[in-house]
Ligand binder design. Structure first.
Ligand code: COA
Length: 160
């Protein structure tokens, strides 16, 4: 049976920290679906379409990674994709409580889908999409944090 995992998030924008998790998940699963959430509460900088396009470009050489969008419950989406697992990255102990709650709630909703945690590489443990946007807005360097095409997309957004 094909092992499929969903890696959900806002990806506003995708960072090297996310890519680290995706590439490691691809060693465990046959297919990883990168699922961009419609989450307007976070007031995203990039539209869902822009985020999907960026991820597709970054992952273009990997046929086992697909990109999609979802709204509603994550477990419902995972089941609709026939995914057996949801992949989440843990960056620090501070992530644990929220992730435990999410995993327990999701498991309460559906026992068909397991949550699998991967420890984010130590180099990216401080990273988040918001930090990238903040450093960029203050004209700091983000080269080691996001792929070059994401940097270009930020340049275009901020007319730089
Ligand atoms: N490297 C770099 N950054 C990372 C990272 C990693 N490995 N892992 C997480 N992050 C960052 C993210 O970029 C995000 O940054 P931001 O807050 O600045 O945007 C932050 O850490 C939090 O990440 P995450 O917890 O994955 O939040 P998210 O907004 O990206 O995604 C959903 C959250 C979409 C997965 C979650 O809200 C969800 O499942 N929603 C669907 C509704 C649902 O089913 N809810 C649960 C049951 S009630």
């Amino acid at each position: 049976m094909k092992k499929i995992a969903v890696y959900p998030g806002s990806f506003d924008p995708i960072t090297f920290g996310h890519l680290d998790i995706i590439n490691r998940a691809l060693k465990i699963f046959d297919e990883v679906i990168i699922a961009v959430a419609h989450n307007e509460q976070k007031k995203p900088l990039f539209t869902v379409e822009e985020r999907v396009d960026m991820i597709k470009s970054v992952m273009k050489d990997n046929t086992r990674a697909t990109v999609d969008t979802f709204d509603g419950l994550l477990v419902d989406y995972a089941r609709s994709c026939k995914a057996q697992a949801i992949v989440r990255g843990l960056r620090a102990i501070s992530d644990f409580e929220y992730e435990l709650q999410m995993a327990q709630i999701n498991r309460g909703i559906s026992r068909e889908v397991e949550t699998v945690f991967l420890m984010t590489s130590v180099f990216y443990s401080f990273l988040s999409s918001s930090i990238v946007k903040e450093v960029y807005s203050l004209k700091g360097p983000i080269d080691g944090l996001v792929p070059p095409l994401v940097k270009k997309a930020l340049d275009a957004k901020f007319n730089r």
